[in-house]
Design a protein around this ligand. Structure first.
Ligand code: AMP
Ligand code: ZN
Ligand code: ZN
Length: 419
């Protein structure tokens, strides 16, 4: 292990086990340094949605560029952990955003709907996102939403950023903001940008991945991307920008009768339930550890629980101090909720969910890339989403932070001049 990496591991108090698995820093390269890079996330866009016939623009980009048969998300297959993995190249265990909901002694509660927590850099600073590294290395950056982008991390923010959902911004409106940033005079024009769409995930949850509503949302986001492509063509930029389109995870059907009620298993005072859904994080109350463990750790139908130190190695999860002492995982298609009442959101059952084992095909996410750096008509095999980060630092020509990804896994995506 290089001395600098060892020092970084010690000084940031990241876990030794994690640091040992981190890949070496990738050296910057010289090719196409001035080309902007736009990272687009379509939340919850399962890899096979691309084959449904609702995505003329995405299919065009995939055909004239590179796409994967499916990108494997990191565990847990939730929105915040995976968005931060995409921009840091680290497993959630190694970047610290280990769940959408967290509860830790030093920082208190983290929830997506808690605006203050989401914007508090202390939740994010176990790793450094690409926009911070780019900024520190003299590149301009802009985020049209991305988990973590509202926080000051290591003293840096994107040069331009927006508060999530402060006001309703339509999918087309988000694209317009990207185009406006590209219209800035060259010294101020961002080299790295993000763009985020939530509509497909929302429809997948409320109506299920196979529903007409989900197909409508897919078509709506595709239309916004058609608007982006038209705007880029008007500016003569379409072939002079590298675009990577990803999803954070897929979506599985969760029929309303496939529920596990945790209140039936553990008396309320015996444990704090930090998160529910496809993955549940549980902190036994002091003095109740062995009761809770004896109930949860035995073989159960449709779910499996582990002590955090015994989570299977392929999930790369459990070494971070923020992971609760007991983690339960539901079988794909099943959900853990406290009781029948909390199983409903806005009075309706959740018909689609993610958070399941990241090896499950239903969790596979979209990956496609288009632009001067990318080859045409290339289909990549499944790869892990930690590999997107070294691809992006390579394209930007910036020094990467220590990470879990490997550029070699996706370098077939690049034209030879980019290697
Ligand atoms: P999940 O519960 O994992 O399905 O999370 C998806 C939800 O995360 C979306 O419906 C968004 O509303 C929410 N979300 C996405 N980005 C942000 C953000 N930057 N800040 C707060 N919430 C967000
Ligand atoms: Zn998501
Ligand atoms: Zn979701």
């Amino acid at each position: 292990m290089r001395l600098t990496l060892r020092l970084l591991c010690l000084s940031t108090l990241i876990f030794i086990a994690g640091c040992q698995s981190l890949a070496p820093v990738h050296a910057p390269t010289s090719a196409s340094r001035k080309i902007p890079l736009l990272l687009i996330s379509i939340d919850g866009f399962r890899a096979d949605y691309l084959d449904r016939g609702y995505t003329p623009t995405l299919s065009m980009l995939a055909d004239h560029g590179v796409h994967s048969v499916g990108m494997q998300p990191s565990y847990p297959t939730l929105t915040f952990p995976n968005h931060y993995t995409l921009v840091t190249g680290r497993y959630p265990d190694h970047h610290g955003v280990v769940d959408n909901s967290m509860l830790v002694p030093d920082l208190g509660k983290f929830k997506l709907s808690n605006r203050e927590a989401v914007a508090d850099g202390r939740w994010w600073d176990q790793a450094e996102p690409i926009w911070v590294s780019a900024d520190r290395q003299g590149l301009k950056t802009a985020t049209m939403y991305w988990p973590g982008s509202e926080a000051s991390i290591h003293g840096y923010r994107p040069d331009h950023w927006r508060k999530y959902a402060e006001e309703e911004v339509s999918s087309n409106g988000r694209v317009d903001q990207i185009l406006q940033w590209l219209d800035l005079p060259s010294p101020e024009r961002p080299r790295f940008m993000t763009l985020y769409f939530d509509a497909v995930d929302t429809a997948g949850h409320f109506d299920g991945p196979g529903s007409a509503k989900t197909n409508e949302a897919i078509a709506e986001v595709d239309a916004a991307l058609a608007h982006l492509v038209a705007g880029l063509r008007e500016r003569g930029l379409f072939d002079r920008i590298n675009i990577i389109v990803v999803a954070d995870h897929g979506m599985a059907d969760t029929p309303a009768n496939q529920r596990i009620f945790l209140d039936d298993l553990i008396p309320q005072n015996d444990a704090m339930i930090v998160s529910t859904g496809a993955i549940a994080g549980i902190i036994p109350s002091p003095g109740h550890e062995s009761d809770v463990e004896s109930v949860l750790l035995r073989t159960r139908d449709h779910m499996q629980c582990w002590k955090k130190s015994e989570i299977p190695a392929h999930l790369h999860y459990g070494s971070n101090e923020r992971v609760p002492p007991i983690i339960c995982a539901a079988d794909t298609g099943w959900l853990m909720t406290r009781n029948a009442k909390t199983a409903l959101v806005q009075g309706k059952p959740i018909l689609g969910e993610h958070g399941f084992d990241n090896g499950d095909v239903a969790m596979r996410a979209l990956f496609l890339a288009h632009g001067p750096a990318f080859r045409e008509h290339v289909v990549l095999p499944v790869f892990a989403n930690v590999d997107v980060y070294p691809l992006m630092t390579h394209l930007l020509g910036i020094q990467a932070q220590p990470n879990d990804g490997r550029l070699a896994e996706i370098e077939d995506a690049l034209v030879p001049a980019e290697l």
